[in-house]
Design a protein around this ligand. Structure first.
Ligand code: G3P
Length: 233
């Protein structure tokens, strides 16, 4: 399973990258706004900075919602770096644009996907990634994980190459369930990736190992001190 981090914060991206398990980054206009990145030049420079940190797969989202606008913007984003994946919303002109990008070798991530039908269209258009938003479905009392399972089944039925990028992940249970179902990628906030490290038995076990080691070392030091004392007198 690939791990992407869902943020535009450079420090968080660097921290996740330094852990050695990061395969990419997803951003969206809200995440960029959270970092105070506004204006075309700053946005482009910020994507470039993200591409300098990670090895591949940096999703950069278009703002345009009409076909020509999406194509223009997507091509500009793709020119920033080979690592860029153009993120396009699940709308009519978005699907058409994904088809065109794919035919030109530009990788795409279809975002704001909330139904199996939308995921089917995404695959048929040839997107590199489909982004179903689990947490936001949970928020409206629908099981987001069911959607991941439905998409997995449909894509496997026909051998679609589009990778399932589970998004809007809120906690480690989402992430683990996605791995069980067989999502290809999970994009999560830094705290979810870091929470995977934690288990109380790991903490208490390590504490005991270190305490036992220290006790033994103290005993050996005391014996050594005793031998020195005997030598002196
Ligand atoms: O990047 C898209 C997605 O992961 C957003 O998550 O938490 O805003 O629903 P969230």
């Amino acid at each position: 399973m690939k791990f992407f981090i869902d943020t535009a914060n450079l420090f968080e991206i660097k921290e996740a990258y330094d852990l050695g398990v990061l395969d990419g980054v997803t951003t969206n206009p809200s995440l960029m706004a959270k970092e105070g990145i506004a204006g075309k030049d700053k946005i482009m420079a910020h994507y470039k900075a993200i591409c300098h940190i990670v090895d591949n797969n940096v999703s950069a989202e278009v703002i345009a919602t009409d076909f020509d606008g999406i194509i223009k913007e997507g091509k500009e984003l793709a020119k920033i770096d080979d690592k860029i994946v153009v993120k396009v919303p699940m709308i009519k002109d978005g699907v058409k644009a994904i088809k065109k990008f794919t035919s030109e070798g530009i990788r795409t991530n279809c975002t704001l996907v909330f139904s199996p039908g939308q995921a089917l269209l995404t695959a048929k258009a040839g997107a590199s990634y489909v982004s179903p938003f689990i947490g936001r479905l949970d928020d409206i009392s629908q099981d987001g994980l069911d959607l991941i399972a439905q998409i997995r089944l449909i894509y496997d039925n026909y051998g679609y190459g589009t990778e399932i990028l589970a998004a809007s992940i809120r906690h480690t249970i989402h992430l683990i369930k996605c791995a069980e179902i067989g999502a290809d990628v999970a994009t999560c906030p830094l705290h979810v990736i870091m929470a995977l490290l934690k288990h109380p038995l790991t903490d208490s076990g390590l504490e005991k190992f270190l305490a036992d080691h220290k006790r033994l070392m103290d005993k050996r030091i005391r014996k050594y001190d005793l031998r020195i004392t005997k030598l002196r007198f």
